[in-house]
Design a protein around this ligand. Structure first.
Ligand SMILES: [Fe+2]
Length: 268
C-alpha cells in the first residue's frame, strides 16, 4: 500500500467502490446512449474495461482524484452535476437546446483521453520516490503514450470505435475545460456576434466539471488532514509511553502489540 510522506494512507477507493462506480457508469450509458452507437460505446468500454476501471483522474495529489479508480469516480460525479446544473439553468428560464443524451454523452467522454490510447495507459504510477514525496506526483505521464491533448485523444478514441457525435457533443467535449485550456479561448471569446457559441451545453459541462474537480480536491485534502491528525495522535501516544518509562521505571518499556502497531503501523 502506498504511503504518504507523513506515513498516513492516501485517499483511495476500495475494490468494491471501484467496481460499483464502473457499474454505475455502464448503467448510465445503457440509460442515456441510444441508437446504433450504443453498442459501439459499450464495446469501447468492454475492450478497455480494466483500464477504465483503474485509471486515475489526474497525476498529482493536489489536483483531483489522483487515485486508482479516480477517473470513473470523477466521470460519475460530472454526469450527476451536469444534470443538476442543467436544472438550475432551466429554473433561471433558460431553454435547453440539447438533449439529455447529448449532455450525458459529453460529460462521460470529456476526459476520455485520460484513459490512454489504444495500447497504453495515460497515467502510470510515479516510481521516483523523491517526486512522489516532494511534488505529490502519485502518477506520471506514460512515455509510451504518444502526445495528444486529452481532448484530442478523446476524439481519436471515439472515431476509432466509429462512434458518431453531434455538433453539440463536439462543442461540449471540446470546451468542458473552459478557459483553463488556452486552446479554448478562440471559442469562448467571440469578437463577432456570429462567432458566439449557440448552445449552453459547454457552460453547463464546464460548471459541472469544475465543481466536481474542486470537491474531489477538497475530499483529498480533508482525508490528508485527517491522516495527519491520526499520525500526530500516534506520535503523541508513543511519546507518552516512552516518557512514562523514562520517568518511572528502570525496566525496558514493554512492547505490547498495540504499541508495536503504533510504532510500525502493522500488527506483529
Ligand atoms: Fe474532468
Amino acid at each position: 500500500m502506498t504511503k504518504k510522506m507523513s506515513g498516513g494512507k492516501m485517499r483511495e477507493l476500495t475494490a468494491e467502490q471501484i467496481q460499483k462506480n464502473y457499474d454505475t457508469l455502464i448503467n448510465t450509458i445503457q440509460l442515456y446512449v441510444t441508437g446504433d452507437r450504443k453498442d459501439k460505446v459499450l464495446k469501447m468500454y468492454e475492450d478497455m474495461k480494466d483500464r477504465f476501471m483503474m485509471a486515475p483522474a489526474s497525476a498529482k495529489e493536489h489536483y483531483h482524484n489522483a487515485m486508482l479508480g479516480g477517473y470513473v469516480d470523477h466521470i460519475n460525479r460530472v454526469v450527476d452535476f451536469s444534470l443538476k446544473v442543467k436544472e438550475l439553468w432551466e429554473q433561471g428560464n433558460c431553454k435547453m437546446d440539447f438533449t439529455d443524451e447529448e449532455l450525458v454523452f459529453s460529460a462521460i467522454h470529456h476526459d476520455l483521453g485520460k484513459v490512454g490510447d489504444l495500447e497504453n495507459d495515460y497515467y502510470i504510477p510515479q516510481d521516483n520516490e523523491w517526486r512522489r514525496k516532494n511534488m505529490g506526483e502519485i502518477f506520471t505521464h506514460n512515455p509510451k503514450c504518444e502526445y495528444m491533448s486529452v481532448t484530442d485523444r478523446a476524439f481519436f478514441l471515439l472515431q476509432h470505435y466509429n462512434i458518431p457525435i453531434t455538433k453539440k457533443e463536439f462543442i461540449g467535449i471540446r470546451l468542458t475545460d473552459g478557459m483553463y485550456e488556452e486552446a479554448n479561448k478562440s471559442y469562448l471569446i467571440a469578437y463577432k456576434s456570429e462567432f458566439q457559441l449557440r448552445s449552453t451545453i459547454q457552460y453547463i459541462l464546464h460548471q459541472a466539471d469544475m465543481m466536481a474537480a474542486q470537491i474531489e480536491g477538497r475530499l483529498t485534502k480533508e482525508s490528508n488532514e485527517k491522516d495527519e491528525t491520526e499520525v500526530q495522535e500516534r506520535i503523541k501516544n508513543i511519546k507518552e509511553v516512552v516518557g512514562n518509562y523514562e520517568g518511572t521505571s528502570t525496566e525496558k518499556p514493554k512492547i505490547t502489540n498495540d504499541l508495536f502497531e503504533e510504532l510500525f503501523g502493522e500488527k506483529r
